[in-house]
Design a protein around this ligand. Sequence first.
Ligand code: ATP
Length: 302
Amino acid sequence: MTESRTGKHPALVVDGVEFGYVSDTTVLHDVDLSIDSGEFVTIIGQNGSGKSTLVKNVVGLLKPDQGSVTIYDDDGTPYETTEQPMNVLARYVGFVFQNPDDQIFHTSVQKELTYGLKNIGVPEAERQERIESVLDAVGLSTDGSQNPFNLGKGQRQRLAIAAVLVMRPQTIIVDEPTTGQDRKESKRIMEILQEYNDEGHTIIAITHDIALAAEYTDRVVAIRDGDVIADGPPERVFLDEQNLKETNIRPPQITQLGAALNDRLDADILEEMWLTTDDAFEDTIDALSEGEAVTKSSRKHQ
Ligand SMILES: Nc1ncnc2c1ncn2[C@@H]1O[C@H](COP(=O)(O)OP(=O)(O)OP(=O)(O)O)[C@@H](O)[C@H]1O
């Protein structure tokens, strides 16, 4: 099992987890992962590599076939997910679905945000205070009576996030929060998560957007075929060419990544690499991994 990285108590420990949806097909293979309280982690990997399956095992929506998942509250008290009902786990770990429409099911914003709070027994006066504060935090201005299905996609995504934040769980897991959002909306969502991380919450975000991962998070976990293949700071994970290939990261993302990592790509190269060539990709990775500035003159393939 992985040791604590930060010296703080863990937020969650995944220990030897195996999981398959149908017998004789395993999606997760003996996964070990430990995330400490207060970390901001991104999980990356190709489509179908098992990212969502892993986090659904963490939040208790799925139960491991082998191994265990333990989550921890603010004080470091452990709760093994197979032994706890969902309404107990929801106090300590919150999950924002990939598609907000799979999560939102009430006919008003107010009801959507009240539902979970009632389930965990938060008194009415505190419920209202929490709802107002979370709507403010995610930038949704509504009196609460609005039907969520009349909101835009970005607003529905932020409502889905708000429905988890309002519960104030120690750990918040968000499955591809920026998919289908424009750059401005994506950054806004990452900034909301950053603010909660600054307040001490553990944040785990699945994302295909490696530039956002590099910009906002301290640690990247790369998954391939239901196994963790890399785990470390973005500058280490993303500068390993094999990791990038195995997690299917290709240009133009690599140019955004370079800029997010250290601002070392000059504007000409950035523009050129949007045109996407394997040579450009490999040259840039070579240069970045050697700690070089990437400029037109440093490129081998012109
Ligand atoms: N409900 C399900 N029933 C059967 N198989 C499933 C189910 N959900 C996912 N799978 C399969 O499990 C594997 C892992 O899927 P999962 O959704 O965890 O991957 P992912 O890395 O999150 O993918 P994506 O990036 O596309 O969301 C895939 O082969 C997928 O087809």
